[in-house]
Design a binder for this molecule. Sequence first.
Ligand code: AMP
Length: 533
Amino acid sequence: MRFPLTLAHILERAGRLFPQSEIVSRLPDRSLHRYTYADFCRRARVLGGALQHLGLKRGDRVATLMWNHHAHLEAYFAIPCAGGVLHTLNLRLHPDDIAYIANHAGDRFLIVDDVLLPLYDKFRDRTKFERVIVVPLTGSSVPAGFEDHEALVAQSVPLEAPVLDEEDPAGMCYTSGTTGRPKGVVYSHRALVLHSLASALPDVLGLGNHDAVCPVVPMFHVNAWGLPFTAVMVGAKLVFPGPNLDAVSLLDLYEREQVTLTAGVPTIWMGILQALEQEPARWKLAAGMRMVVGGAAAPEAMIRAFDRFGLRVIQGWGMTETTPVAAVNYVKRELAQVAGDEHYALRAKQGVPLPFVEVRAMTGDGEAPWDGKTMGELEVRGPWIAARYHELQEEAGKWTADDWFRTGDVVTIDAHGYIKITDRIKDLIKSGGEWISSVDLENALVGHPKVAEAAVIALPHPKWDERPLAVVVLKTGLSATADELRNYLAPKFARYWLPDDVVFVSEIPRTSTGKMMKAKLREQFKGWSETNK
Ligand code: AMP
């Protein structure tokens, strides 16, 4: 039987099978909004109908500028099920970039949180949304000139469910690259459905109906890694943090709602860890809560520290172009006996590819052997890997002639199939003809008890071409010297890997999605060796 893989099926099924599952959202005033899947499915359908009534046609893009909450989830399903394309805008970007992205995507409508209207005001004159729908999260009345989201979902205009093709576009996100213009990636219904099925597998995120899932990763960062779709597919309880993302607010929410799986970038978990270490007995979290980490490397020290609290870090690897989950770390049966440092070295790798995702590491001489040593650029292909960027022909070189996507990540792959990222290509350090992995050095540095964060960058060097410089943020109230940290690294690395110097800073610049802005650091410290040696 030919049966289209669409999000409409997931919404329909959720309404029928899981009407009592709960959705909890923390609102900007910190109060909790609660309702059930029955309410969510009904409102999502009505919103879809209302969008059609406002003129939404098949393939039209609808932008969202929203925090993580129930109304955003409604948009996640309403838009694609009405035949439109859900385009989540990153509210942390500069208003100029948001305007560029909305225009490049050709967004017709915008759904925006009332608390984000001041941000919208900063770029509205440069965009041409035909309708702007405001979600009154604070309960205040919606200003004139906008559509009131609550009034729309209170109507009873039924969704005229279009016959969707699984290849129809359902969503799109723009890359949050550290350099260059953002690039748009379009996700089909089929890609999102297959990605959800694979994500829920036991050896991937192991998501089921009994879970309480809290996506801390923003719903504008690659669809919160697909978790809203996957969670609704299995009827899990959903817990949304809204805009309150500090460690204490999150821990309070985890405890209160007994969250079993949460997801975010490493900086979020570093904050959570510091709060737990300061008050180890304060929160009674669900035993074995899984914390999915991605977007940047999860340091080994962090994985160990959470194990001590009975919390399990699961590292995943992905990109906007890979929908995003493409590899996840779990300990394979054949490695279950590996203990101690080796166990943690294994868990700190980015993981093994999901079913239907193929990977290879390419060197100048062809495919690298899976020996855990030979570095090459990671290339991927599979049913939820993008085949092109939205209206950007000049980037076609990111795909090989035989349709592999070049990720720009330099990796090794070991004999068991575990991928380990050593660097982004542009961040690799080449010293005296040898590669040095900045990621390995950073992970080791954050294992030092006084170090909160570390970035290692290449500085030009007259003799060696490049040499590493470590840029370090110390934990509050602590002090350390460059030699102390170099001595700490010395037993772990070859001598030529050791950073020539260590600079202490109060903050490492990060992108809107938590990645270290190494290009900015290289610029900031480009004269360092001459002035300090
Ligand atoms: P984005 O498209 O913004 O999600 O960024 C994708 C990039 O984030 C990847 O190409 C990697 O460089 C990086 N990344 C994602 N997950 C990880 C991870 N687990 N460890 C290290 N880097 C990661």
